[in-house]
Ligand binder design. Structure first.
Ligand code: C2E
Ligand code: MG
Ligand code: MG
Ligand code: MG
Length: 279
């Protein structure tokens, strides 16, 4: 009969699928006018060096939809599928650079890291758009760091390297985000001219067990392949210590600071952190 366990489970499964699909459709619909309705904003999370000084901020998108905050983990893929990421990505770049110009005026050489979706990177106007924004805000190119994931370097390597080097000629730096979670082989890393690798949070979380050997391996590669290293998602003093012992030059995570509304309290943050790290 139809009353066995299996069809029941199947029914639950279908319900979940349906609920998921409906949520996606609703969010997709809501995303259409979200930019025009000013529902997006950026938060800025500090990245510190070994002395605890802030050297840069990562711009992170937030979406306020009907009194709720939807995670970028959910809405970025939706915008990638619909192609909306190109337009919204331009807004992110513009907004982050506007903030960078302000910080630069008030505090000197602090960098801004901006996440770039692969879709955006593949867009033919991408390189020109970045150049225009840098010029418009009179930002020294080397203060802008573009974060891409390692899957970018999987295909069309010639085109990718061409775009990367065009922007590097203007000083712009490239970081590989979430390193270790994708599929890039060591030879791919060797062939791409990137400036920073951000070791994914999952390795830092488990640094007291398995993570440590990965962190050490990346550090070793960084010397011979000439890139620098940032550890993501540092949450505890213990993790910070282990990373310091490995020689990791830059760190980011809740232990230092959560993402901030605006990096306006920068001067205060810097003094607070220097005091903390000298204990
Ligand atoms: P991501 O680029 O790897 O950014 C780091 C994420 O880790 C952020 O999540 C940040 O809030 C979180 N994080 C930082 N420190 C800690 C920590 O110590 N512990 C924990 N548990 N988490 C920490 P968020 O803001 O939710 O962003 C998630 C992802 O969404 C980003 O990962 C990035 O891939 C994407 N994203 C965010 N903003 C943008 C954007 O403007 N454009 C694009 N294309 N993607 C974006
Ligand atoms: Mg990132
Ligand atoms: Mg990351
Ligand atoms: Mg990550």
């Amino acid at each position: 009969s139809q009353k066995g366990k299996y069809p029941e489970r199947l029914a639950f499964y279908n319900l979940d699928l349906e609920r998921n699909l409906r949520r996606k459709m609703t969010l997709n619909e809501a995303l259409k006018g979200a930019l025009e309705r000013n529902e997006f904003r950026l938060m800025y999370q500090p990245i510190v060096d070994t002395t605890g000084q802030i050297v840069s901020f990562e711009a992170l998108m937030r979406w306020r939809y009907r009194e709720q905050e939807i995670s970028p983990v959910e809405f970025i893929p939706l915008m990638e599928q619909s192609g909306r990421i190109n337009q919204v990505g331009k807004w992110v770049l513009e907004e982050a650079c506007r903030t960078l110009a302000q910080i630069h005026q008030q505090h000197g050489n602090i960098c801004m890291c901006v996440n770039i979706s692969l879709i955006q990177f593949y867009d033919k106007g991408f390189v020109n758009n970045v150049k225009q924004v840098i010029e418009r805000y009179a930002i020294p190119g080397h203060l802008l760091h573009l974060e891409v994931t390692e899957s970018l370097f999987q295909s069309e390597q010639t085109m990718i390297n061409e775009k990367v080097s065009q922007l590097q000629q203007h000083g712009v730096k490239f970081s590989v985000d979430d390193f270790g979670t994708g599929y890039s082989s060591l030879s791919v890393i060797q062939n791409m001219n990137i400036d920073y690798i951000k070791i994914d949070r999952s390795f830092i979380q488990h640094i007291e067990q398995k993570g440590l050997s990965i962190v050490r391996a990346v550090m070793n590669m960084s010397h011979s392949l000439n890139f620098s290293v940032i550890a993501e998602g540092v949450e505890t003093e213990k993790q910070r210590q282990l990373l310091e012992q490995c020689g990791i030059p830059y760190m980011q995570g809740y232990y230092f600071s959560r993402p901030l509304e605006h990096p306006g309290a920068l001067a205060y943050l810097n003094t607070a952190m220097v005091q903390e790290s000298s204990h």
